[in-house]
Ligand binder design. Structure first.
Ligand SMILES: [Zn+2]
Ligand SMILES: [Zn+2]
Length: 329
């Protein structure tokens, strides 16, 4: 079968690899659509997270169960599924409480074990969540990033927010806007340098800015930083109103320098976001199955798996015309 594998910084090769074999308690899934995530770009640009090379990349997917292993009780061939791609130790206090995203050794499929940029993958039954059959698999492939946005909404206490600021109109930033609208946040202002991406934000009803406002007026109650750069973090801290809340959703490739006095003098609150909890995944399935959210809005390209390397070039190019790219094995 074909798989897109990481061979080192800037190197993704699509090649023929053996089809995985489904063991006891596992299911073999035929991948329908798999999304390229910001964390895949961290791998591509910096070699972050991956523990062995080569590795089949990818952690966001929707597909169809083709075969089940011995002892599998909840799944049957033909079931439509999405994955819970978190790989945690299973024995620490956080895993014991079900907060797998806080496990100190948290990794993901596509980083610490083979991922979904392949025609097939094998996962434990408990790592697969069924989706109702009428739900388009292309939309279902967005369950995982939507779960991140829902976790952001929880950490940002969106239910109490009037004016939300979002820095970075990538897939997570845009899905955060979609989640915010669903939670009746009245006003969203989005900042990005890319006009193409700001156009996507405008289509979701967000006010779009290409730079942080120079004046301290109309400041957001909560700002979600979904980029992970020094300038965007510093900008977000400066943009917030006094006693506002910063939600940090971007991952950083470099150490950054900020002025902590922004936090002190404005008495800011800061919340981190690491992936999502199982409840966020379930809620994302419900919302996508319900059909009320316009998650398709973030998908700019659907490409064959064979074009995986070109897709990475597109996403890391200067012009930022692409947003969410789905690979279709
Ligand atoms: Zn992801
Ligand atoms: Zn653990």
């Amino acid at each position: 079968m074909l798989a897109a594998r990481f061979y080192g910084i800037g190197q993704v090769r699509v090649e023929d690899v053996p089809k995985p074999v489904c063991g006891p308690g596992q299911a073999l899934v035929k991948v329908a659509y798999a999304g390229i995530c910001g964390s895949d770009l961290h791998i591509f640009r910096k070699g972050m997270f991956v523990t062995s090379i080569p590795e089949t990349m990818g952690h966001e997917f929707a597909g169809v169960v083709e075969q089940i292993g011995e002892g599998v009780t909840e799944l049957n061939p033909g079931d439509h599924v999405v994955g819970d791609p978190r790989v945690s130790c299973g024995v620490c206090r956080w895993c014991g409480e079900g907060s797998y995203n806080l496990c100190p050794t948290l990794g993901f499929i596509g980083e610490v074990m083979p991922g979904c940029f392949a025609e097939y993958l094998v996962l434990d039954e408990k790592k697969l969540l069924k989706i109702p059959a009428p739900v388009d698999l292309r939309r279902a492939a967005l369950v995982e990033p939507l779960a991140v946005a829902l976790h952001i909404a929880g950490q940002g206490r969106f239910s109490e927010v009037e004016h939300l600021g979002v820095v970075g109109a990538g897939p997570i930033g845009l899905l955060t806007v979609i989640a915010a609208k669903a939670m009746s946040v009245t006003r969203v202002t989005m900042i990005d340098i890319s006009l193409d991406r700001l156009e996507l934000a405008g289509g979701l009803g967000a006010a779009a800015l290409q730079a942080f406002p120079a004046e301290q007026v109309d400041q957001p109650d909560v700002v979600v930083e979904a980029v992970g750069l020094e300038t965007t973090l510093a900008g977000a801290l400066g943009w917030l109103r006094p006693q506002g809340r910063l939600v940090m959703a971007g991952l950083y490739e470099e150490k950054v320098i900020i002025d902590p006095n922004d936090i002190v003098v404005k008495e800011l609150d800061i919340a981190g976001v690491n992936a999502y909890e199982t409840g966020d995944l379930r809620r994302a399935i419900e919302l996508i199955a319900g059909g009320a959210l316009d998650v398709d809005h973030v998908v700019t390209h659907v490409l064959p798996l064979a074009s995986a390397a070109a897709a990475f070039d597109l996403l890391t190019s200067e012009n930022k015309k692409a947003c969410k790219i789905l690979l279709a094995p």
